[in-house]
Design a binder for this molecule. Structure first.
Ligand code: NAP
Length: 302
């Protein structure tokens, strides 16, 4: 829980802190008739069990744009409102996607380690790979995907994408099939929503289509990528590198990745800047104030 959000919530509402209780069932038993609103984030939302435990629940607010930790069907069936924090985090996540590309291709972490370890005096660092002009394929041309595309255009990268539908507002090349996208780009960036359909959307076939010179960047959710397949491809040289902000079982990261210097590993920090975490908290608070003031939600999902 962000300290700022915790403070802002506690000054306006009665805040019950599930994360300070060791027994979830006991917490729900004690408080189920009090709780009208739930605040979730990327690691904990409102699943079916929680929703069933809270008979007075009216609204779920996610401190994230991703909705994969919320049982949307259950919320819809019970008339529970849902909000998230879109747009305010788009720039940060897109910036970091470009940062990951740069870090992997130009080996930023490895060359930083080279200087720190004192090896420079023994010779130059090995050559890296150019970013400008590389073809970029984006899985999910939504808010974040589009912001990444705009940034990559500034690096003169040809852009193509795969989404459920072709976008009318752009000339980027559209592939209705992710394998065709992966075959035709050098850097594949995952920026789509995590749903049942996009679980493991990057699988063995997609990784092989991207090929031994390809780079995978994941700033969506860990479960978009079949992680054991990714690890095997990297170990076997079937993929040139990867930049990952998210993992299938956070905070666990596959052990084999830790030893690879063609991989850059971030601890799910896509939107974690001081500016954006405040903007996300303010948006969530405004949604709650609107809801409990009988006004329209600012960013309704349901
Ligand atoms: P968005 O505007 O709703 O975009 C989501 C995109 O996912 C859309 O382009 C959508 O395609 C695509 N998509 C959905 N289902 C698909 C499918 N079955 N196959 C292919 N594409 C599919 O959301 P956003 O604001 O850009 O955020 C995108 C995701 O980024 C979030 O859901 C979240 O998981 C992730 N995220 C990560 C971080 C981080 O810290 N790493 C931070 C923020 C967000 P259509 O347009 O065709 O429907």
């Amino acid at each position: 829980m962000s300290e700022y959000l915790e403070h802002e919530l506690s000054t306006r509402f009665t805040l019950l802190k599930l994360w300070t209780h060791s027994s979830k069932p006991k917490f729900f038993k004690q408080n189920s008739n009090l709780i009208k609103a739930v605040v979730g984030d990327t690691s904990c939302g409102a699943d079916a069990e929680m929703i069933e435990s809270l008979p007075r629940l009216e609204i779920v607010a996610s401190y994230s744009v991703g909705l994969d930790k919320i049982d949307l069907e259950k919320c819809r069936a019970k008339g529970i409102r849902v909000t998230n924090t879109p747009d305010v985090l788009t720039d940060d996540v897109a910036d970091l996607a470009i940062g990951l590309i740069m870090a992997v291709l130009r080996r930023v972490s490895a060359s930083d380690g080279f200087v720190r370890s004192g090896k420079w005096k023994d010779g130059d660092f090995r050559l890296a790979t150019k970013f400008s002009g590389k073809s970029v394929g984006i899985v999910g041309l939504g808010r974040i995907g589009s912001a990444i595309a705009k940034r990559a255009e500034a690096f003169r990268c040809p852009i193509s994408y795969h989404s459920r539908s072709q976008k009318r507002h752009t000339d980027y090349k559209y592939y209705s099939n992710i394998i065709d996208l992966a075959t035709n780009c050098q850097i594949l960036i995952v920026a789509c929503a995590l749903t049942q359909e996009t679980h493991h959307i990057v699988n063995h076939k997609v990784i092989d289509a991207l090929g031994p010179n390809g780079i995978l960047i994941n700033i969506g959710r860990g479960a978009h990528v079949d992680e054991p397949e990714l690890v095997s491809a990297l170990l076997e040289g079937r993929l040139a590198g990867a930049g990952l902000d998210v993992y299938e079982n956070e905070p666990k990261v596959p052990e084999q990745l830790l030893g690879l210097d063609n991989v850059v590993l971030l601890p799910h920090v896509g939107s974690n800047t001081k500016e954006t975490s405040k903007a996300m908290a303010d948006l969530m608070i405004k949604n709650f104030e609107a809801y409990f003031g009988n006004k329209p939600l600012l960013t309704p999902v349901l």
